[in-house]
Design a protein around this ligand. Sequence first.
Ligand code: SAM
Length: 294
Amino acid sequence: MQSVVSYPNRGPYGDSSYRGNCSGNIIKDLIKHFYPGNTKPKRFIEVFSGGGTGKDVANELNLSNSLHLDLNNGWDALTDEIPSGADFIFSHPPYWDIISYEKERNSYSENDLSNQMPYEEFIKKLNIVNEKIYHSLIVGGRHATLIGDVRKQGTYYSIIKDMNWYGDLESHIIKIQYNCMSDNKVYSNNNFIPIKHEHLLIFKKNKIWVFNMKVTVTSQENIINATNITWRDLVQATIQFLKNKATVDEIYNILIKSKKAQNNKYVREKIRQTLNNNSNFKKVENKWILCISQ
Ligand SMILES: C[S@@+](CC[C@H](N)C(=O)[O-])C[C@H]1O[C@@H](n2cnc3c(N)ncnc32)[C@H](O)[C@@H]1O
């Protein structure tokens, strides 16, 4: 296997009409990579098994004790235990609410990760499942998880960036995506880069007691409080804020409140010097404007 994979043909595995299914070849290649020759996983578990893709792969590879778990066969990732003893777990969760599996199953479950819910709630639930998966592995075992990014109403959601990571990242593989629902959609605004890939992350459990966990924190900061910012960038932002026409006094009245000004006795002089020394500022009559040549 290499760090970019592409399966234009999903292979004869599982129900090809099951929405959001994956290629069985990816599961097969993973198992063959980690268990070369005649070796086999002690136990292979597939979480979110959907249309039976992993089961067909397990049958082809003669893995007699594999387990394939999904709401559609009565197993709930949020409330049920992950069976123990696995050294290889493949999971392919819903990509938030992009495909409704309630429709696919024809029955509602409040724990369906594809239900419509706020993104933060989806990430929280996915974290619960991923942590359970990690703890259930035997030492030396791996969790391979396949998941895509989502763009919704102009906002880009990177699920792999926002979810917690449990264990030691062993590989990050990019999988080229084929047959996306969005392929045939006509967008009124096509000024964006379409998503044509998914992520396959492989985490390894190397220790019994201690585990690495990576958590992303999103915060909103104001540049007025930044210290790792130049006077040039502060002045540029201030001129933009003042609709691209500002006197030194107007810039001063804003930047005197900045964190950087706290450590500088000569703020007015610093602003003047910044305006004079940078070619991207230009004086027109008594006001300064941004002058960015193209
Ligand atoms: C992306 S699909 C998996 C597709 C599968 N890899 C295949 O090739 O057919 C995600 C699956 O997650 C299942 N699912 C959603 N929430 C679940 C939950 N709480 N417990 C178990 N399965 C769940 C859905 O029923 C759906 O089959």
